[in-house]
Design a protein around this ligand. Structure first.
Ligand code: LLP
Length: 410
């Protein structure tokens, strides 16, 4: 008995045909799902001036960024390379928020030259930025709100001991530096973490900014970051975006009344927009029984999808030819030369070598965290859009692996 959504196709294009055409392993994305997720946030927040800045790091293929743009959102970029990808995808620089963490000042200068909004994440950076630009370049400040939230400590970014942002307890110093360096602060930002379920946490974070905002007279926007949780397994709750929208927008409206001006509210969802759109289709290479466990060894591993090993993340897995089957129990394991468990103790239909398995929730932090560990090649990416599957990234070849190696005559 299982009620979880186990698709075997996207927009009428079967996974089987995608595997036949593009091979395995392959990341497949449902473009329609992504644009629908953007719409669901837009409608949940109602009439307030909302700007969605998609967290590019979640899935940064240029075609995905183009879809995000088409849906009416901007982007948040955490590196100068993501800024460039966004520009290649057609975003105007004023649609790009640049939120780096501890980067060199040269990178900040490059961002300013490109014309994107810089999110300042330390007092030394505020000083340096002020010395160079004074009030001539408007900027945003990333506040650390001292809120511990998120599915895992590795992805909790707003607590006291986290490296991100400037502690809210340093507010006086922030204000002194702004005055001293004549900074033009037009935005305040937080990002508390990822996989945050509870609407109250988002409200709590927003309230920290609303309260602090009274000290910043030139604001144009308040950026509440991302972090909305998606469901990874049957019965797993996801953030009630409607509830967050209603609560945060009501609080935002009354904050704007108090502030005396209508500001914009910015959000930076990553997972919420792309996680469920993505599927990693893989092939069983071997089915191998040990004394207690039957392993299905597949043609992928933590080099392609690191989330299970990195965060103990649960990703639903099913056999394409028997999605609802539960007759056998398996550990689905990758081919990497260390513990590489993708899914432990899972009931699936009987799997034989050559069968296709589907790994769900592979849209966010799947390909974007993939590596060449074990000198393996990264997979192809395919986008299904308007009922058509199209290759959006070629499977790597051996030449890609060695192209930057400099072979000495030793
Ligand atoms: N804004 C900022 C400044 C961020 O650092 C992040 C994510 C986001 C927005 C988007 O968060 P999201 O809506 O995707 O939760 N690799 C981890 C997640 C790391 C998130 C880091 N920051 C994972 O696979 O769970």
């Amino acid at each position: 008995m299982s009620s979880i959504f186990k698709p075997t196709e996207i927009q009428g294009v079967s996974f089987q045909s995608i595997c036949q055409e593009f091979g395995t392993p392959v990341y497949v994305y449902d473009g329609e799902k992504i644009t629908n997720q953007v719409k669901s946030i837009q409608s949940a927040f109602g009439e307030i001036p909302l700007k969605i800045k998609y967290a590019t790091k979640a899935l940064s293929n240029i075609n995905i960024l183009k879809l995000i743009k088409k849906a009416g959102a901007g982007i948040d970029a955490v590196s100068i390379e993501e800024v460039r990808l966004g520009m290649m995808a057609g975003f105007q620089t004023d649609e790009i928020m640049y939120t780096p963490s501890g980067v060199s000042f040269e990178e900040i200068e490059e961002a300013v030259e490109l014309g994107v909004m810089v999110n300042l994440d330390s007092i030394p950076l505020m000083r340096q930025f002020g010395e160079k630009y004074g009030s001539s370049v408007p900027a945003c400040i990333r506040i650390n709100p001292h809120i511990l939230a998120g599915g895992n400590l590795k992805i909790s970014t707003g607590h006291k001991a986290s490296k991100f942002g400037i502690s809210i307890s340093l507010l006086d110093e922030i204000l002194t530096v702004i005055k001293e360096k004549d900074l033009n602060i037009v935005g305040l930002h937080i990002h508390t973490g990822s996989d945050i379920l509870d609407a109250e946490i988002f409200l709590k974070g927003a309230n920290v900014l609303f309260e602090a905002a009274q000290n910043f007279p030139n604001l144009k926007f308040i950026d509440c970051g991302g972090g909305f949780k998606v469901a990874y397994k049957a019965g797993d709750p996801s953030t009630d975006i409607q509830e967050v929208g209603e609560k945060v927008s009501a609080a935002f409206r009354s904050f704007c009344d108090r502030y005396g001006r209508q500001l914009e509210l910015w959000l930076e969802p990553g997972k919420f927009l792309v996680s469920e759109s993505g599927f990693l289709l893989v092939k069983a290479n071997v089915v191998k029984a040990s004394s207690e466990i039957t392993f299905v060894g597949v043609d992928t591993g933590l080099n392609h999808l690191i989330r299970p090993m990195m965060y103990d993340a649960y990703h639903d897995v099913y056999a394409l030819n028997d999605p609802e089957g539960e007759s056998e129990q398996y550990n689905v394991v990758g081919y990497i030369c260390e513990t590489d468990t993708i899914a432990a103790e899972r009931k699936l239909g009987k799997v034989s070598a050559g069968d296709i398995l589907v790994i769900k929730n592979a849209g966010a932090y799947g390909f974007s965290m993939a590596s060449n560990y074990n000198s393996r090649l990264r997979p192809a990416e395919v986008l299904v859009w308007n009922g058509k599957a199209q290759l959006i990234r070629k499977r790597e070849e051996f030449e890609d692996l060695i192209k930057n190696q400099v072979v000495l005559d030793l």
